[in-house]
Design a binder for this molecule. Structure first.
Ligand SMILES: Nc1ncnc2c1ncn2[C@@H]1O[C@H](COP(=O)(O)OP(=O)(O)OP(=O)(O)O)[C@@H](O)[C@H]1O
Ligand SMILES: [Mg+2]
Length: 120
């Protein structure tokens, strides 16, 4: 049986502006921008089968929310492949959203018709 969720070698990099300090730094930033790459998720592979209840744990900044955002189609992975119910989440966001529930931050309510519920 196919896995309901499949992640293969998933990576997500963010390009973040390296801000210089002070007024002079801000002015310099206007003319030459200096970026750094933040590796939020680095080579994550996992499979989840129908009916499995799974916890995804890690320290602050480990990349948990970023992984869930890619699984729910909010973000596109930098590399690797994700299939949720046989579909690529960021390419099938609307369809995928009809089957999942994701709560970010402190929200405690979920729509009751959702098949899965995730809090990140
Ligand atoms: N939109 C973004 N732009 C730049 N960097 C980001 C962005 N989102 C997350 N990051 C960085 O990516 C890394 C992973 O963040 P993420 O929020 O996925 O971690 P987390 O495991 O959910 O942490 P927490 O337990 O604090 O919720 C962190 O270093 C974070 O600062
Ligand atoms: Mg988080």
């Amino acid at each position: 049986m196919a896995h309901i969720i499949e992640l293969e070698n998933i990576c997500k990099d963010f390009r973040v502006l390296n801000r210089r300090e002070g007024l002079a730094g801000s002015i310099k930033d206007l003319f030459s921008r200096n970026y750094k790459i933040v590796k939020a998720v680095n080579d994550v592979s996992l499979t989840i089968d129908q009916g499995e209840i799974v916890g995804y744990l890690g320290p602050n900044g480990a990349g948990k929310s970023t992984t869930i955002k890619m699984m729910s189609g909010v973000l596109e992975p930098t590399s690797g492949t994700i299939l949720v119910n046989g579909k690529i989440p960021y390419k099938n966001r609307t369809q995928n959203a009809q089957n999942i529930g994701v709560v970010f931050g402190q929200r405690t309510q979920l729509w009751c018709h959702h098949s899965y519920a995730v809090s990140v």
